[in-house]
Design a protein around this ligand. Sequence first.
Ligand code: NDP
Length: 309
Amino acid sequence: MAVEKVIIIGSGPAGLTAALYTSRALLKPLMFEGEMPGGLLTTTTDVENYPGFPEGIMGPELMENMRKQAERFGTRFITQNVTKVDFKSRPFKVWVGDKLYESSTVIVSTGASSKMLGIPSEQTYWAKGVSTCATCDGAFFKNVPVAVIGGGDSAMEEANFLTRFASRVFIIHRRDSFRASKIMADRALKNPKVEPVWNSTVDEIFGDGKLVKGIRVKDVNTGATREIALEGVFVAIGHQPNSQLFKGQLDMTDVGYIKTKPHSSYTSVDGVFACGDLQDHVYRQAITAAGSGCMAAIDAERWLEAHGQ
Ligand code: NDP
């Protein structure tokens, strides 16, 4: 079996930037882009804060462009999920089912996923009114009330987007002020369709078994509950790193972010590099993910050179 020079796992801005740089360094990277390529940006609409696009760009289009750019220089793509890795010895091993791939270096960039509330009814009504992606599902909720849960920038973005379709958008937040940046919070609060529900959590999503019909919210100060009739529930309470694949292989924080050495993409395993949201719980931006993907590529390239490859 041919041993690859670089395998990249994950195809968000971090992975695709690592692919662009390693392919331009003639390392012919092999990227496992997963069954849902492109990462979290494919679930967003306008990206207004990625430099170089003065009018903004749609998230899916930005990711498609990044993929084409990496492909142009020779990145090879496998549109499957990696199921197992072994970083205990070199060459490193990566499996998709029974199929084994080997590589001198691996760049991991599997990103982060949406957090869920953890109440059973959220699963019962998943895709029957409960969603984590307004861009994907917002248009199903024309002229009906919906709720967004959370108080960060994601919640504001989802709420604003949903006002295009829904008759009313409740933002259910557990405190009395938003965590979101002021500009995003103001934009949401100024929208006449938006109604904040402060100091409240959702303790039940109910429906007719087929579709959501409402939620029960609880006042965190008084414990009082009340029901709100609506048809859509958008959970926007943050993210968790997709690091299960690397448990027992790479050092990670208590909540599962891969640990990297300061000012580098070096992980606890020499020759394995991490970038993007998988190792960054602080910035979590497309541009910082892309920047860290560039760092991982340069680190891998120098590592290969130092090891005579
Ligand atoms: P955040 O972690 O910033 O916010 C999560 C929100 O959900 C908080 O308000 C938090 O409440 C609330 N929350 C968390 N857990 C629960 C729970 N179990 N029940 C109820 N509420 C809960 O995540 P975001 O996804 O909003 O943002 C992540 C990062 O991405 C941020 O840095 C943000 O700035 C950035 N971002 C930027 C955008 C842009 O610039 N266009 C768009 C979207 C995100 P509490 O405040 O009480 O902790």
